[in-house]
Design a binder for this molecule. Sequence first.
Ligand SMILES: Nc1ncnc2c1ncn2[C@@H]1O[C@H](COP(=O)(O)OP(=O)(O)OP(=O)(O)O)[C@@H](O)[C@H]1O
Length: 268
Amino acid sequence: MSILTFRNVSLRYPPRAGRGGAAEKLVLDGINLQVASDELVAIIGRSGSGKTSLLNLAAGFLEPTSGSITVDGVPIKGPNADRAVVFQDDALYPWLDARDNIALPFKLKGVPLAERREKAQQLLERVGLADAGDRRIWELSGGMRQRVGIARALAAEPRFLLLDEPLGALDALTRTRMQAFLLRIKAESGAGALLITHSIEEALLLGTRVVVLSPNPGRLTAEIEAGFNAEVLNGTPVATVKASPLFKRMHAGLNGLIQSTTDEELAA
Ligand SMILES: Nc1ncnc2c1ncn2[C@@H]1O[C@H](COP(=O)(O)OP(=O)(O)OP(=O)(O)O)[C@@H](O)[C@H]1O
């Protein structure tokens, strides 16, 4: 079991150039959060509340201004294969086919050609794209591209998946299918997951826990245990889960928490 821990983390961005000496911006303040391997922690919050900044800290793309971020007690020092990031726009290489996109992390590790193609094929099969390996990225649908992106993230056998709106660009039907897919893949991989999303519905459906980030500065202001993901993993259709009275009540509750952000917080 691995644990990703934020301890009293704050983040300030330097003043932007050309703003007449505008002050530094405190974006995240006193963040305490733990994500364990058996969890998917969903972070929701208004636009600009600092969700992506928080994920970038976990990825090691940014350093906290104060506080610490550790994996199993060891401070993170920059990006590392133990924390794989999946973005909204799949960030795949269009000049490579699906298989070679997935094989790239193995190539970077020096794995011989035949072996890395074999491993990539196994990952293609895991994400339901066994026959799509030879296709170029632009020949794939949005949902297929995200599957390739997720397969590439899994190639490094990460301890944590950092998911930044991974389904945000998909149409509603594909998104629903991919939600169940993402849960299955996460469970099979044994990795913990941190999911950033604008969608209360998606956070409730996928999250073991849902955490609310309030803006200006970004602070974790509420946390609820969800648990609907177990129902989806047990085969209950996503539409049935969403239609349950408990799901609707919790959705309304979270909506209220996010909407209660004051005008001052939004304007700050
Ligand atoms: N590199 C940067 N330099 C200065 N300010 C930044 C930088 N990146 C983000 N910000 C500011 O930090 C705040 C939080 O941004 P962030 O992208 O983390 O929020 P978010 O919740 O992910 O937003 P969204 O939901 O719209 O993607 C915003 O006010 C943004 O303008």
